[in-house]
Design a protein. Structure first.
Length: 364
């Protein structure tokens, strides 16, 4: 069992606050990803959970045990690093077995565990090699086998796929998901790659500037972003934003400032008259719609990607992206009528960035 609870976790270096009273619950046996840009505090959070770094204030709990002051060797966690951290002078078999030997595990037990871990990661044929004789993907498998062999209560993974090429990253995502299912242990995974987080996670904790922005399933994070930061960070290409203001008796429409068109809206949390930002994802823009278009925009860039076609459109000096079918006959310079799907449009306060739509989870 390994349920991890962070209570008002703060980490600062002088006047620089890296974590700002972070409170977060990680369920037993789930795959939770800490997602955010560089410098948001995600690796610091992982290091504090592992005991490799100490918090300025706050507490870390494993189940009901306060482990804030417990040294790392007594926390029963395994950490997989971005750089693999293999001993270059040791063979693969010795790298995998190193932690067990330090704990004075019986020799026959070490041999059994190493065989099982190597088989699970499909590296049994590499046991006699040294790290310099391995590819990047093979080294990552060795690092994972070294973590598996200890049978820890908790796995902590710090951007373990970032040094791999694109094709290998895709296959290793599948391996990690398989590994999580087979081991039935808690995984806490750090990445800045939002595609990775959406594919692999049970839940995602989005961080920015040391604060939790939103915690939810990949579907929640993508379809119901709590604020403009989450909306703009998660998604590739990112969400399009337009500055605007509300109009109509029920504030049911948003007029885009300086763009010359309006958009119908879903129900709002409040009838604010403040300036707003409207957000719409590229796939939620209808090109040459059957109904009345909102406006027409000019194609400035055409990006075919096999299964999809992305168009960069320009309207009154502003550009935005739309996704359409690859067979669509649009080319640079074409004038294209468009419409936003009103059921998929998002609205945020300009000042705070908070979502104004109903039933959207908001982090206090």
């Amino acid at each position: 069992m390994a349920r991890v609870s962070l209570k008002k976790l703060t980490k600062s270096y002088g006047d620089v606050v890296v974590l700002d009273e972070l409170t977060l619950e990680m369920a037993d046996r789930e795959f939770l990803t800490l997602l955010g840009p560089s410098g948001c505090g995600k690796t610091t959070t992982l290091n504090i959970i592992a005991g490799l770094d100490s918090a300025t204030s706050g507490h870390v709990f494993f189940d009901s045990d306060d482990v804030t002051e417990v040294p790392p060797e007594r926390r029963d966690v395994a950490m997989v690093f971005q750089t693999y951290a293999l001993y270059p002078h040791m063979r693969v078999v010795d790298n995998i077995a190193f932690g067990l030997r330090m704990r004075k595990t019986p020799r026959d037990e070490i041999e059994r565990r190493v065989r099982e871990a190597a088989k699970a990661m499909e590296i049994s044929h590499l046991l006699m090699r040294k790290p310099r004789e391995l590819s990047g993907g093979q080294r990552q498998r060795v690092a994972l086998a070294r973590a598996i062999v200890r049978d820890p209560r908790l796995f902590l993974l710090d951007e373990p796929l970032s040094n791999l090429d694109a094709k290998l990253r895709v296959s290793m995502r599948t391996e990690l998901k398989r590994l999580h299912a087979e081991l039935d242990k808690t995984f806490v995974y750090v990445t800045h790659d939002q595609a990775e987080s959406l594919i692999m996670s049970d839940r995602i904790a989005v961080l920015n500037e040391g604060k939790l922005q939103q915690l939810g399933t990949p579907e929640d994070i993508y379809n119901q972003p709590a604020n403009a930061f989450v909306a703009g960070f998660v998604g590739s290409p990112p969400m399009n934003f337009f500055d605007g203001g509300l109009e109509g008796e029920e504030r049911e429409r948003c007029r885009m400032v300086g763009r010359g068109f309006t958009c119908e809206l879903r129900p709002l949390t409040s009838k604010t008259s403040a300036e707003v930002r409207l957000g719409v994802r590229p796939e939620d823009i209808e090109l040459s719609p059957d109904g009345e278009p909102m406006a027409q925009a000019t194609v400035v860039v055409r990006e075919p990607l096999g299964s999809d076609l992305y168009l960069t459109l320009e309207l009154n000096g502003a550009t935005f992206k739309a996704r359409t079918r690859p067979s669509a006959d649009f080319d640079r310079g074409d004038l294209v009528p468009f419409r936003f799907d009103p059921e998929k449009v998002h609205l945020f306060e300009s000042a705070s960035g908070k979502s104004l739509l109903k039933n959207i989870p908001v982090i206090a």
